[in-house]
Design a protein around this ligand. Sequence first.
Ligand code: SF4
Length: 63
Amino acid sequence: MKKIKVNKDKCLGCGSCTFLYPEMFYLDEDGKAEVKEVKKIDEEKLQSAIDACAAEAIEVEEK
Ligand code: SF4
């Protein structure tokens, strides 16, 4: 099981992840990305969001 997190200290609030994988990422009231609970992770969309994040703020933890 994977746990996805956004490191808010790194996040630039560019919105790329929310654009590429809106079912998982949204921008919170501070303009930083936040992760929604999803039943099943779309690996392809997740990878494209990770690749698009210039700040390398998206962290994947294997549980
Ligand atoms: S792509 Fe990265 S920097 Fe941009 S909003 Fe998402 S987590 Fe933040």
